[in-house]
Design a protein around this ligand. Structure first.
Ligand code: GRF
Length: 187
């Protein structure tokens, strides 16, 4: 049985999508969803599917208690899907090549500090980029700089709002993230 632990801080549409993709599987289980935001949409989504939710605020990440909690689930893969805090390097070193993140742009472009959520899509629009996409990558201590596992592009030359770009990117995320996770679990 492969065990997944998910981390998210926001609405959790990717978390819900991953839960739904694996929910009827006997060989994969979503062991827990960690979040730093008790009122985030991702909490309701996890509870809807009876997935344990672990609230890990900044101090818990920094003092090692989140690390201890993660170990309780002995995950085969740790998946960040819109987790906005710095991920503990202790967990990264304890789980080499087992922590992945999804970024809503074609890294290394539009990555790094401040590049999250709508900020990314606003920058794409401002720079008149004809295309954008998603990047799924290993997480290292430099966050958006880990080795790229998967990228996919989408044409946004006809988009005239960041929301339109976000919708196209989210569609790619939902289409590809569960498949990439499955490949990583069984490769
Ligand atoms: C996604 O755009 C993902 O690429 C980024 O954070 C966002 C999470 O969105 N890392 P949601 O909460 O899964 O809807």
């Amino acid at each position: 049985m492969k065990k997944l632990v998910l981390f998210a801080s926001g609405a959790g549409s990717n978390v819900e999508n991953i839960i739904k993709y694996f929910k009827d599987r006997s060989d994969v289980t979503i062991a827990a969803v960690f979040t730093n935001k008790p009122d985030a949409g991702v909490v309701d989504k996890a509870q809807l599917y009876n997935i344990p939710v672990v609230i890990s605020a900044k101090p818990d990440l920094e003092n090692g208690s989140a690390f201890a909690e993660v170990n309780r689930f002995s995950p085969d893969l740790i998946v960040l899907a819109g987790f906005l805090l710095k991920f503990p390097s202790a967990i990264i070193s304890a789980y080499p090549n087992k922590v992945v993140n999804i970024h809503p742009a074609l890294l290394p472009k539009y990555g790094g500090k401040g590049m999250y959520g709508m900020n990314v899509h606003k920058a794409i629009l401002e720079n008149n980029e004809a295309e954008t996409g998603i990047s799924i990558h290993y997480v290292n201590e430099h966050y958006d700089e880990g080795a790229i596992v998967f990228q996919e592009k989408v044409d946004v030359s006809d988009c005239d709002s960041p929301e339109q770009i976000a919708a196209r990117v989210r569609k790619l995320e939902h289409e590809h993230f569960p498949l990439v996770i499955e490949k990583l679990l069984f490769s």
